[in-house]
Design a protein around this ligand. Structure first.
Ligand SMILES: Cc1cc2nc3c(=O)[nH]c(=O)nc-3n(C[C@H](O)[C@H](O)[C@H](O)COP(=O)(O)OP(=O)(O)OC[C@H]3O[C@@H](n4cnc5c(N)ncnc54)[C@H](O)[C@@H]3O)c2cc1C
Length: 187
């Protein structure tokens, strides 16, 4: 698609993301990498601009833009810092949108607005030490009362997220559980 095919709204949101990326991300990206720092304040600022939920409908706290606009945002952020881009991509595509698509109305009302506005961050926890895309091989289990037991690895946003989509077998088929940071842990 050429630039001239973008509509006004798509161009506007791309330019907003580009300005933010050039001014607030690119100058600091190498430093964040060197310091192994997760720039939490950047995601709060992106939330204020509507870019942590660009394609989430307005009634759920998002910017209500189309999916192409969201992809343009990811392109601009990733150009400045691939890590910032992947955080926003996983937060949105693997966290917020699956809750919108498959959550109950209560889960959507309770969880999505804070994610779409960047007050909270989402993560997607499938991979384990012995399984990645082969979800059928996962060892994490859930019991009848929804207690989840297992260990995940390589979870983007895992150290900072507030809401996790955690995959577990219950007991045979892989299912998704919504887990909040700070949920009670058995000794
Ligand atoms: C930077 C980074 C960020 C990541 N973030 C996340 C994250 O947020 N959440 C998360 O859950 N994971 C995350 N991961 C993990 C990532 O998703 C996995 O590494 C990825 O799914 C690859 O899984 P894999 O190791 O099984 O390799 P794959 O490449 O998926 O599998 C290895 C091979 O086995 C084959 N295979 C798979 N299943 C079967 C089967 N049933 N039968 C036969 N062959 C099969 C595949 O086709 C492939 O050839 C991240 C990884 C990286 C590097």
């Amino acid at each position: 698609m050429s630039l001239s095919e973008l509509d006004d709204e798509q161009r506007e949101i791309r330019d907003l993301a580009r300005r933010f990326a050039d001014e607030e991300i690119a100058p600091h990206a190498a430093g964040w990498d060197r310091e192994h720092r997760f720039p939490r304040e950047v995601f709060a600022a992106l939330g204020e601009l509507g870019l942590m939920g660009a394609c989430v409908p307005v009634e759920h706290g998002g910017a209500g833009a189309d999916f192409l606009s969201y992809v343009l945002v990811l392109e601009e952020l990733s150009r400045a810092d691939a890590g910032v881009g992947v955080t926003v991509a996983v937060h949105t595509s693997a966290g917020t949108l699956p809750i919108l698509a498959h959550g109950t109305p209560e889960q959507i009302d309770r969880l999505v607005p804070a994610l779409a506005q960047g007050h909270e961050i989402a993560a997607f926890a499938l991979t384990e030490s012995g399984s990645g895309s082969d979800a059928g091989a996962m060892r994490t289990r859930a019991d009848d009362e929804g207690r989840v037991t297992g260990t995940k690895q390589w979870i983007t946003n895992g150290s900072h997220a507030h809401t996790f989509i955690v995959f577990a077998k219950d007991p045979d088929k892989p299912s998704a559980y919504l887990v909040r940071r700070g949920a009670p842990v058995s000794p």
